[in-house]
Ligand binder design. Structure first.
Ligand SMILES: Cc1ncc(COP(=O)(O)O)c(C=O)c1O
Length: 387
């Protein structure tokens, strides 16, 4: 089929949608509007903006951009990925509803669901969503939402978005996919049937580890209406400056993701051959149990890799030695970030919870950055020598 040349490519969309020069001055970079309110010519007569909790021009630009990048109809940004997650629960769940959540998602999500949202009479089931029969079995008459992450954090288990969307829709439930690990550059959940996409923009979308944020991309008018209302009603919005940081970050998303992926492949191969490393979890290996799904559902493998050092002691020893890799929580920055899920991102699951999903104390997660790959490898090599 002939390619429609009128449809702009991903990088062009990232650089141009919502990023148009400022019409009043010609400034090429989008302006930051640090204003709480807007002058009205007379009562009710204004230029579409009244108060910045409700809307702000810099935020509008970012929301247009992110909706376009994910192929959605709308996007609403919040103060963090978790604030965006809260907004979904506030907008689309009520007392008596049931939610199916992947059993191996970012630890903050079950913490929020079980310790906050469950208090309002919403029920949660945690399911291995790589097992479609388990997802089908978990569906109830009152299931309203399915919340998945693919690949999962940090075990790199994939779920079939298209099939899970079918299961959700067969019972009039909606599917939300946390697409933080892959970014819209490598995975497009809405094209596969997801109803909403969530991102911690803190990660690859921003890409520079200099701001928090979260977004919900919707596909239907009621998503846009409810989420805009929740921005106004609850107010957990992203500030104009942080919107601008993400607008700047996404301009290089395409080139960054290509380099993240390239370095990810090199580092995964290195780790796999290293004698001190017992196991490497990475969807780009042909013997990853879901390699064919990864090839079908994603257009790259990203740069998230988890590897087994054998024990907490070994993990501690090697993490104390890294120099190029930055030891810290988070992921998706230009710098290689290395972390220990059992004591950091997944501490809230507790020992039993971690054991249940196969997350060990010896596991180390790496978000491979875009430095020169030989420097990342040399650093990991010298750190692994400490074990
Ligand atoms: C996959 C994933 N989803 C959601 C979140 C939460 O995002 P934030 O830290 O921006 O609140 C994180 C944070 O680490 C994450 O890794």
């Amino acid at each position: 089929m002939k390619k429609d040349t009128k449809v702009p490519g991903f990088a062009t969309t990232a650089i141009h949608v919502g990023q148009e020069p400022d019409p009043s001055t010609g400034a090429v970079a989008p302006p930051i509007f640090p204003t709480s309110t807007y002058v009205q010519e007379e009562l009710g007569k204004h230029k579409g903006y009244e108060y910045s909790r409700v809307s702000n021009p810099t935020r509008t630009r970012l929301e247009q951009n992110l909706a376009a990048l994910e192929g959605g109809a709308s996007a609403h940004v919040f103060a963090s990925g978790m604030a965006a997650t809260v907004a979904v629960t506030q907008c689309f769940l009520k007392q008596g509803d049931h939610v199916i959540c992947g059993h191996n998602v970012y630890g903050g999500v079950p913490r929020l669901f079980d310790q906050v949202i469950a208090n309002y009479g919403v029920e949660f089931s945690y399911v291995d969503n790589s097992d479609l029969d388990a997802v089908k079995k978990a569906m109830r008459w009152n299931t309203r939402l399915l919340w998945i992450e693919t690949p999962t954090n940090p075990l790199m288990v994939l779920s079939d978005i298209r099939e899970i969307a079918r299961i959700a829709h067969s019972r009039k439930a909606e599917l939300v996919v946390d697409n933080t690990f892959m970014s819209p550059y490598f995975q497009r959940p809405i094209e596969l049937g997801a109803d909403m996409v969530m991102h911690s923009t803190t990660k690859f979308l921003n890409g520079h580890s200099d701001g928090l944020g979260g977004v919900i991309v919707g596909t239907k008018p009621h998503h846009a209406e409810r989420l805009a209302f929740m921005q106004k009603a609850a107010g957990a919005i992203l500030s104009p400056f942080e919107c601008w940081l993400v607008l700047r970050g996404v301009k290089t998303l395409a080139v960054r993701m290509v380099k993240h992926d390239e370095n990810g492949r090199v580092v995964a191969d290195f780790l796999r051959k290293h004698k001190k490393v017992k196991k490497v979890l990475y969807p780009g290996f042909p013997d990853h149990p879901q390699y064919s799904l990864a090839r079908r559902q994603m257009t790259g493998f990203g740069s998230m890799i988890t590897f087994e050092t054998g024990s907490l002691r070994n993990a501690k020893k090697m993490l104390a030695k890294v120099r190029v890799c930055t030891l810290g929580e988070s992921l998706g920055g230009v710098e290689t970030l290395i972390s220990h899920p059992a004591t950091m991102t997944h501490a809230a699951l507790g020992e039993a919870g971690r054991k249940k999903i196969g997350l060990t104390d010896g596991m180390v997660r790496i978000s491979v950055g875009i430095e020169d790959s030989q420097d990342i490898i040399a650093d990991l090599d010298q750190a692994l020598a400490a074990i």
